[in-house]
Design a binder for this molecule. Structure first.
Ligand code: GTP
Length: 521
């Protein structure tokens, strides 16, 4: 097989970054492109962006197919004709998402994730092995949207490799009652399930339906019923299957975009949320194994005419289910720091907690959310999220746009970080009260009512010359929310801010920012 071309994907990503770069440096900083150092920062930014955080991810998950049932005759001297003794195929593995603290985005995932096929049944009524599950780790705060397929279901957090009696080779129960029950269920349900899966295959893989592996009963050749020896030679992990998956992967990956756009109307939003480490969610189920001829012979009366075809159909393992999901990361923090670029949010986060985000004197240093932990004397731990800077017009995709706001969607408290020094000493920035207005407008554009949640204002850079007067002016212009003068860089005012945040979380009637109480020229 020809090596797979990854170039297309790389190129696409850089193009997106380039467009952001242009918006930033030509739109937001009109004079910037003439400045060499800003250009080099821009390039640095591009590189960051190219390997930036993956907080939205399209995932096509497919459960492993069930193994085929075995067709085998056991003969002995006393029984020349022999008895059917082929075991059932094993169930395919599930695709499971596991919530974990050890990953912070989706960069470890593969767009196509498939679990392993169940093992084929063996002679002497031995059931095939269960296909191992494919477990993919996702960060805490992952929200799952369903584009296509079955709704995912949570599973008990236990090792999924543990086998039930049907999965243990040689564990076929001979007692009439239980085996009949199982096989009746299996066979009755089998017809309907098979019909459903045939339709599913035709819809999902019209081209692949012609492949032998996906051939349905009508197409299947009687020669596909192999004696035991041949079945044993079949690889349990099905090389053809792998190849098929890889061949399809490149084209399907491109199709994922189109699919998502095309099916946007049908998306079921937030079908599940993963908020606790260790939580497990089955997103695609493994298929049931096919029946061995020991089960078929015992429970199904086969008509003479199409006996072989019927046996072939019943012994073929069912395909695993497939689902197309969009995963989104919404960080879970108690306090969200919002501010314009360069306001000092990252510096403040490092003063409040042990987090060490990148700090620099240029805009958009922060390209991904940082989360720090603030611990009080009574061991209450509060999570604080620092998100990339917002600018006026972010809802029109200026700057880094609105995407990062999802990380503070669930915070209990908002902390507006305003730069008192933005207009001081000849700087051409925005006065703090206008910064506040712009931030409130952007947050409301993102989610109506977001600014009603408990809020406080951090008046940062109080150490700068002229900042005291600016702080007094800010207090005069903004009413209704507490304002804390802080010098994040020297950690001045930070202990009071810690207390203020705690009070806000404990307060019975805390208030958000009301723009009617903000005086702007
Ligand atoms: N004088 C003074 N400078 C500060 C203070 N806090 C932060 N700064 C400086 O302001 C600049 C920006 O700080 P950051 O913490 O990176 O600002 P940010 O809001 O995270 O910026 P983005 O990543 O662009 O969103 C840095 O040069 C800091 O050293 C402060 O209290 N006083």
């Amino acid at each position: 097989m020809a090596p797979r071309q990854r170039g297309g994907r790389e190129r696409r990503r850089l193009c997106r970054s380039e467009s952001i770069f242009l918006q930033l440096y030509v739109g937001y900083f009109p004079q910037a492109c003439s400045d060499e150092s800003t250009m080099s920062r821009g390039i640095e930014y591009l590189l960051f962006q190219a390997r930036g955080m993956v907080d939205r991810f399209r995932l096509l998950a497919r459960g492993g197919d069930g193994g085929n049932g075995c067709i085998s005759q056991r003969r002995s001297r006393s029984d020349r004709q022999g008895r059917p003794d082929g075991g059932d195929g094993g169930t395919g593995g599930n695709v499971i998402l596991e919530c974990s603290r050890s990953v912070w985005d989706f960069s470890n995932l593969q767009h196509h994730t498939k679990a392993v096929r169940g093992g084929n049944g063996l002679s002497k009524k031995q059931t095939g092995t269960r296909g191992p599950d494919k477990v993919a780790q996702v960060p805490v705060g992952t929200v799952i949207h369903l584009v296509r397929g079955e709704r995912p279901s949570f599973t008990v957090n236990k090792p999924t490799r543990s086998l039930d009696p049907w999965d243990i080779p040689d564990a076929v129960d001979d007692s009439a009652d239980s085996s009949n029950q199982k096989n009746k269920d299996g066979i009755n349900g089998y017809e309907a399930e098979r019909e459903r899966s045939n339709q599913w295959e035709k819809q999902t893989y019209p081209s692949a339906c012609s492949k032998a592996r996906f051939s349905n009963a009508e197409d299947s050749d009687a020669s596909s019923i192999q004696p035991q020896v041949d079945l044993d030679e079949n690889d349990q992990f099905d090389d053809d299957d792998e190849e098929f998956w890889e061949d399809e992967e490149e084209t399907e990956e491109e199709a994922l975009d189109a699919d998502e756009e095309g099916e946007e109307d049908d998306i079921q939003y937030s079908v599940a949320e993963m908020t606790r480490p260790g939580q497990r969610l089955i997103v695609a189920q493994g298929g049931e194994g096919g029946l061995g001829n020991a089960s078929i012979g015992r429970d199904v009366r086969l008509s003479k005419g199409n006996r072989q075809e019927e046996v072939a159909r019943l012994s073929t393992g069912q395909p695993g289910t497939e689902s197309f999901l969009v995963l989104e990361l919404k960080s879970i923090a108690d306090v969200g720091l919002v501010g314009l670029p360069n306001a000092g949010k990252s510096t403040l986060l490092s003063a409040l907690s042990r987090a060490r985000p990148e700090i620099a004197d240029y805009a958009f240093t922060t390209l991904r959310p940082n989360i720090g932990s603030l611990t009080y004397d009574d061991y209450l731990s509060v999570k604080v999220a620092d998100i990339p800077g917002l600018i006026k017009g972010a809802h029109e995709n200026r700057g880094l746009g609105h995407a990062f706001l999802r990380h503070i969607e669930r915070t209990k408290v908002l902390s507006y970080v305003l730069d008192l020094a933005a207009t001081l000493n000849g700087r051409k920035g925005i006065p703090p009260w206008e910064q506040l207005r712009d931030l409130v407008v952007e947050l409301e554009h993102y989610q109506e009512g977001m600014t009603k949640r408990p809020s406080l204002i951090v008046a940062n850079k109080i150490d700068e010359v002229g900042a005291d007067e600016m702080y007094e002016e800010l207090k005069r212009r903004v009413q209704g929310v507490p304002i804390f003068p802080v010098c994040a860089i020297l950690q001045e005012g930070v202990p009071d801010l810690r207390v203020g945040l705690r009070d806000l979380m404990d307060a019975s009637d805390p208030q958000g920012v009301d723009l009617s109480k903000v005086i702007v020229d």
